[in-house]
Design a protein around this ligand. Structure first.
Ligand code: NAG
Ligand code: NAG
Ligand code: NAG
Ligand code: NAG
Ligand code: NAG
Length: 214
């Protein structure tokens, strides 16, 4: 758990696992997973080039434990998000916590995510800025209906003025209990595998993560 609160670096290679197509590997960019203010100031992270420039930042700002909630420290991230996006960095809203969704619940939830966090036309976002995509980052709770949520976001959150991205952050065991069915819908633009905090494959301290993208 502690490892998930630290920065991690994502080297991106084209997707091999969730598609039957075999493509050549190539490093495409770095991402940063921002779990809380302990990880540092978001704008500073986006401006920092010591480890290479980030192309993606995922912010753990929608908690699915019980009633959906936004951590208080996320509501002031707007100016930082604007700075990151001004640098060309795609900002993802990471869905975290312990979900237990029903199919009925998904339909309201997908509209809420779309209009509160992604849609530039539907008023000020809870975060103070809109994001570019939604990242599925669940490691507890139930896998119920997470595939439906991913599909609903892809089908229903279509915005005229910008591309809406979807990403998933499974652990490296296949299948990933939480995200396998969701990934198999084929709707994700990026799958960044967590090779950190996984005692089965790597051990708890490793922060290196490889990213697969389609
Ligand atoms: C850059 O990498 C170093 C070594 O891994 C790490 O300590 C530091 O936090 C990183 N900086 C940023 C902004 O990610
Ligand atoms: C989500 O919220 C629950 C309940 O408030 C809290 O215990 C948990 O730490 C939060 N999870 C994350 C990843 O922020
Ligand atoms: C985005 O917001 C506008 C203005 O409220 C609304 O008309 C539109 O339907 C929304 N788009 C989606 C995909 O929800
Ligand atoms: C990310 O979202 C912001 C706000 O809607 C937008 O200005 C920016 O062009 C988007 N970036 C990409 C790469 O789509
Ligand atoms: C949830 O996980 C179980 C056990 O791996 C699997 O059989 C089931 O298909 C999964 N359901 C969803 C919606 O991911």
């Amino acid at each position: 758990m502690a490892a998930s609160l630290r920065p991690l670096f994502l080297a991106i290679i084209p997707l091999l696992m969730i598609s039957s197509l075999i493509r050549s590997s190539e490093c495409q960019g770095l991402g940063f997973y921002w779990a809380s203010p302990e990880d540092g100031n978001l704008a500073d992270i986006c401006n920092d080039h010591t480890n290479g420039s980030y192309e993606y930042v995922a912010i753990a700002c929608l908690n699915f434990t019980g009633a959906i909630s936004v951590p208080p420290y996320c509501t002031t991230l707007g100016p930082d998000i604007d700075i990151c996006q001004g640098l060309g960095i795609k900002v993802f809203l990471s869905l975290v916590g312990s979900p237990d969704l029903s199919p009925e619940y998904v339909l309201g939830t997908e509209g809420f995510i779309c209009n509160e966090f992604l849609n530039d036309s539907s008023g000020p976002s809870v975060l103070g800025a809109t994001v570019n995509g939604t990242d599925f980052h669940f490691r507890s709770g139930s896998n119920n209906s997470l595939d439906l949520l991913a599909q609903a976001l892809r089908d229903n959150c279509i915005l005229d003025d910008k591309k809406v991205y979807l990403s998933a952050a499974p652990r490296c065991q296949i299948p990933d209990y939480y995200l396998d069915a969701a990934i198999n819908t084929g709707v994700f633009d990026y799958v960044w595998v967590q090779f950190f905090g996984d005692p089965v494959r790597i051990g708890p301290g490793n922060r290196q993560t490889q990213v697969n993208t389609n």
